[in-house]
Design a protein around this ligand. Structure first.
Ligand SMILES: [Zn+2]
Length: 376
């Protein structure tokens, strides 16, 4: 009798622990870090460039790693539009298409409007944000908050911030591209500032203009936004929501200019490390990936030599449009189609492993949050 009571009580304790562990395995917050064009060769080179040795990036310390296929519904090599659509909606579509299905004809005919992880987060009353160091109406952030049959329709894309399909729409928007976005909206016969004011959401031109206490700021700068400043501001605003948040941060890592691209990835990685110290890692899922890889090849170099030795000399004698050839690297001009790294940590990160299609990342984020995708 005594024994059975002890067994029963320890069973109850086990169940309680399991339940507690189960609860902790749900991600309250999700941050998707998107290195645009930051494929495996670029990650490798960024570590060599930034630290003089392999596997020194913070994200290279994460335990959960997968290789993610980036092919589109029609092509082996993706652009940012189809690549990001797959990651945030779970559906492969065609190049140039923003979160619409493969029934879309680019620039001509809308397809099925897909629902992004950001929209699911809005539907579940979370706070949401998109940050980018490049045009905030371009493909990567656009796929999170809009649908369009052509990525070049910046006006149509950006205006969807003010007519959300779920919740109150994306809360924190910080990026660049002020002139092209204002011009595109003007070409539609609208004044963007008037639209924004009518929704009580003025569009600030700098981060410094955002009033303290504005939890839904829209900042569109001309160029050169500091994501190191923007990200803590965004996190302060988003984390006010007790239900949690979804945040996507894009940092361009195209290596057409190898120095710029590799510096970008090193700095993005530093930002990710800094963010890890600002959030509760027990209930925050981090996912890092690239929308596609890039034509950068490690062909030489040795320990002790800077990876970019010879680049300045190369630039003096070659046009900026030419492929770069220096002792350590060959860098072409195009996206490439091999798998990219997906890495994760936090609740739900264990599913990021093996070879997987980029669409799986959507389902991994959904299940980490405890949400089921709508039937399609
Ligand atoms: Zn891209």
């Amino acid at each position: 009798m005594h024994l059975s009571i002890r067994i029963a009580s320890s069973l109850l304790l086990c169940l309680a622990m399991l339940k507690a562990e189960g609860t902790a395995k749900r991600a309250k917050n999700i941050i998707l870090f998107l290195a645009d064009a930051g494929g495996l060769p670029t990650i490798n080179a960024a570590s060599l460039h930034g630290y003089g040795d392999a596997q020194k990036l913070y994200l290279q310390s994460w335990q959960n790693v997968a290789l993610s296929d980036t092919s589109t519904a029609s092509n082996w090599v993706t652009d940012s539009a189809a690549g990001m659509t797959a990651i945030v909606t779970g559906v492969k579509t065609h190049n140039g298409v923003i979160s619409m299905g493969p029934d879309t004809v680019r620039g001509k005919q809308d397809g099925a409007r897909l629902k992004s992880i950001l929209e699911y987060a809005e539907e579940h009353n979370l706070s949401t944000g998109v940050l980018s160091n490049v045009n905030i109406a371009d493909a990567t952030p656009a796929a999170c908050y809009s649908q369009s049959n052509d990525r070049r329709k910046f006006g149509e894309i950006f205006l969807q911030i003010f007519s959300p399909r779920f919740g109150d729409g994306v809360d924190v928007v910080m990026g660049v591209g002020r002139k092209p976005i204002y011009d595109a909206v003007a070409a539609m016969g609208k004044n963007l500032d008037e639209v924004a004011r009518s929704h009580n959401r003025p569009i600030y031109a700098t981060l410094a203009e955002v009033p303290a206490g504005n939890l839904r700021p829209i900042v569109v700068m001309d160029k050169d936004i500091s994501l190191n400043e923007a990200a803590p501001m965004a996190l302060r605003a988003l984390s006010k929501n007790r239900k949690g948040y979804f945040l996507m941060i894009e940092w361009d890592a195209h290596t057409d200019d190898p120095k710029k691209g590799l510096d970008n990835l090193v700095n993005f990685d530093k930002l990710i490390r800094a963010i890890a110290s600002m959030v509760d890692l027990k209930n925050t899922l981090f996912v890092f990936t690239a929308d596609h890889s890039f034509e950068l090849r490690s062909v030489g170099g040795k320990r002790g030599d800077p990876l970019l030795n010879g680049l300045e000399e190369w630039k003096k004698t070659h046009a900026a449009k030419e492929s770069v050839q220096i002792p350590a690297l060959r860098v072409g001009r195009s996206h490439t189609g091999e798998e990219v790294v997906a890495a994760a940590q936090g609740p739900g990160a264990g599913l990021v492993r093996g070879f997987l299609p980029n669409t799986r990342l959507f389902h991994i984020m959904m299940s980490a949050a405890g949400w089921k995708p709508d039937a399609r």
